[in-house]
Design a protein around this ligand. Sequence first.
Ligand SMILES: O=C(O)CCC(=O)C(=O)O
Ligand SMILES: [Fe+2]
Length: 252
Amino acid sequence: MKQEPIFQPYKFGEQQKAIFDRDGHFIFPNLLTPQACERLTESLSHIQSLASAAVKGHEPSRFSAEYDEYLESLIGHPQMLELARKILGEDIRYDHCVGLNRPGGNQGIRWHSHGYSEDHPSLGFVRIFFYVNGFDVDDGGLKAVPGSHLYRDRKIHAPTDEDLRKGWLAGKTHLITHAPLEILPLSAPVGTVALMWTHAAHAVSPRKPDSDTRWCVVYAYRNPGRPSGARWISEAFEQKPIAGAEGLMSLY
Ligand SMILES: O=C(O)CCC(=O)C(=O)O
Ligand SMILES: [Fe+2]
């Protein structure tokens, strides 16, 4: 069955890939089609409605594609896989699909990084965030540190910007440009897709109490070859036939 497009036309050639590899993140403003935004908002509202009855260990927010058919269908969507392969090359696996809805008053998330294959840097792990209704700086907004991913440190942690500056960031420079590493608050219009290498330092500012819910979902893909701590897939889901995702659901 032919799937509706999810992305508007875009360019992610050598130049854009080099920027992504230098910064550790890459923003596509307005990439999602209005139709995809509508479907995603429905699906993410559905995920949100299931939150209060969540089963511990198989939460709708952490196993989102297992609770919603549309979210499931995007795992193997041709445009999703085309983008994932532009980043990672041909040999990829699906890793996780996590709902990241942040209602007004949500506390955001502290500075952190994620790990994968520290001993074998040629194996990549990318998060593809769909910021369906976008976000403003300081309102459920993603922040990043360009260049931090190049350190491949899976254990970056800090509660505040100040703590990160005084701690992990102190004295560190970009391994390619040699500029001092700095925090970069991002903003994202409706329909933004953001890419992030797994080792990039990132945080999310609190959602303002009067703001509406920030609708967001992340799809993660990786080159197989190492175990993955964030691989949240139930056994049944791993076995489930999903159009386009044949061969992508296993660990290796
Ligand atoms: O909510 C966000 O925008 C980012 C969440 C996050 O840190 C992650 O999915 O790794
Ligand atoms: Fe994260």
